[in-house]
Design a protein around this ligand. Structure first.
Ligand SMILES: *Cc1c(COP(=O)(O)O)cnc(C)c1O
Length: 469
């Protein structure tokens, strides 16, 4: 498979190069040249297989370069062996024809592990093959940092630097990062806000000479190889609930739109998905765009579902590319306008084809808390606030009760113990493998909110800096 940039000015690359490049050189996002399709019998054939096998089959048509099906089979088997449930992503019934897909059984209890456990191993395999090293740099307000660190730890081809705002993330999340005892993991507590951390990361990425020298890369969902493993669970859940002959609807708590985009891709490939509900919290750039055609920056409002507190849903660009019939010039033009003015608009008729798939809605914090309390009272199930956003939105938008509704459970309730306890009266417990989290020693470097200080720290600790070739 070859990949093209949504903005049309970057080289066409194979899967291995797309993996290492992340963002395309023209600022666009890489997408496959065409969408592979599975026939109904191929979809049916996914049924009853172990999850890692389903993952290999679904990912196979997207691979290429040095990364082939056999390599991926080994990588996904190893990655998903670390999940603490034999089904990897089990479905749990929570109501009448209503299910949650538990994506949080990975090492850091967040759905990001599903993709990042694969991504870290893909990076390592490809870099080993090329005898190269990369430096991973990112900022976190909570969920991405632990999952990125866990994916990259102990890999001699990678050094990972994660900035977090000192004293401003939850103790569970901080400890999940700082208790990782691995020489290639660097936790930087910055004396500032999350926005300050993001600005520092952007400034370092913006220094192109430094970026080249450190071989800087990111592990967010601008990377196609991070979206791809998420396509798998849509197909796996659909066949588990009777697909391909029986349609299923999904509801997705949305931030960067990576997860929802993966659902769109799954349907493109032939997954029997009748509706895909895009659920926002108060930060609703994605749902506003999908209903009005206007993409507009607004201030970020903190909510009880912080992993969705974002300003821009980057993966909308991949959908936009399809809506504009893959005219990369038009995408480049609109995104440039968005970049300079914070606003761009697509004529509503362009969005019409999405009407037969997407529903959108926004859920506020009070409704989320009420939904968590009601679900617990009715069924004894605890869900985290992100999952509650999706479940509530799925119920609100539900059209046909005979179609199973699957809400994506994107975090373990124990990652947000205070919010869960306030809504239900029950404090969720950490799973066994993290039970001693509060006793483990922490490793972290505190730095002032200063570009030179952070840059110097990264330069002197990134091994790639000594290997410019
Ligand atoms: C990242 C995240 C989301 C949002 O997913 P996107 O793919 O960015 O839309 C939702 N819930 C949780 C718990 C997350 O960590």
């Amino acid at each position: 498979m070859k990949y093209v940039s949504t903005r049309g000015e970057a080289p066409v690359l194979g899967f291995d190069d797309v993996l290492l490049a992340g963002l395309a050189r023209d600022g666009g996002l890489y997408v496959p040249e065409s969408w592979p399709e599975l026939s109904p019998s191929e979809v049916a054939d996914l049924s009853g297989r172990p999850y890692a096998e389903v993952a290999t089959l679904v990912m196979a048509p997207f691979l290429g370069g040095g990364i082939d099906e056999e390599m991926v089979a080994g990588i996904v088997a190893e990655a998903y062996a670390r999940f603490r449930h034999p089904a990897v992503v089990p479905l749990r019934q929570v109501g009448d024809n209503e299910w949650v897909l538990e994506l949080f059984h990975g090492p850091t209890l967040a759905f990001k592990d599903v993709a990042l456990q694969v991504l870290g191993r893909l990076f390592d395999a490809e870099l080993t093959r090329r005898s190269e090293r990369l430096t991973i740099l990112g900022a976190t307000s909570g969920d991405t940092g632990p999952a990125a660190i866990e994916a990259c730890r102990d890999r001699h081809t990678l050094d990972v630097f994660i900035l977090h705002p000192a004293g401003r993330i939850s103790e569970v999340q901080r400890r999940q990062m700082t208790t990782v005892a691995s020489d290639n993991v660097h936790n930087l507590a910055v004396e500032g806000t999350f926005d300050d951390c993001q600005d520092l990361v952007k400034a370092i990425f913006g220094d192109l000479a430094l970026r080249e020298r450190l071989r800087l890369s990111a592990v967010n969902s601008i990377n196609w190889a991070r979206v791809l493993p998420q396509v798998v669970y849509y197909l796996a859940a659909a066949v588990a609930l009777g697909g391909p002959s029986r349609p299923v609807s999904f509801s997705v708590p949305t931030g960067n739109f990576g997860n929802a985009l993966a659902g769109w891709v799954a349907r493109q490939m032939g997954a029997p998905i009748s509706r895909l509900v895009v659920a926002s919290n108060r930060n609703d750039i994605a749902t506003r765009f999908l209903t009005t055609g206007v993409m507009e920056l607004q201030q970020v409002h903190p909510t009880t579902s912080p992993a969705m507190d974002i300003q821009v849903s980057s993966n909308l660009e991949r959908l936009l590319f399809e809506l504009l019939d893959r005219h990369a010039g038009d995408v480049a033009h609109l995104m440039a306008e968005f970049g300079t003015t914070g606003r761009m608009e697509v004529p509503l008729e362009r969005l019409a084809p999405l009407g037969d798939l997407f529903d959108t809605t926004r859920v506020d914090d009070e409704t989320v808390a009420r939904a968590m309390g009601e679900l617990y009272a009715a069924s004894g199930h605890l869900v985290d606030p992100h999952t509650a956003v999706g479940l509530t939105a799925g119920r609100t938008c539900r059209r046909d009760p005979t179609v199973p509704l699957v809400a994506m459970a994107t975090a373990h309730p124990a990652k947000f113990p205070d919010t869960v306890e306030a809504a239900t009266g029950v404090r969720p417990e950490l799973p066994d493998h993290l039970a001693d989290l509060y006793d483990r020693p922490e490793r972290c470097t505190t730095l002032p909110c200063d570009l030179a200080a952070v840059r110097d720290y990264v330069v002197s600790n990134a091994r790639a800096a000594g290997h410019t070739g």
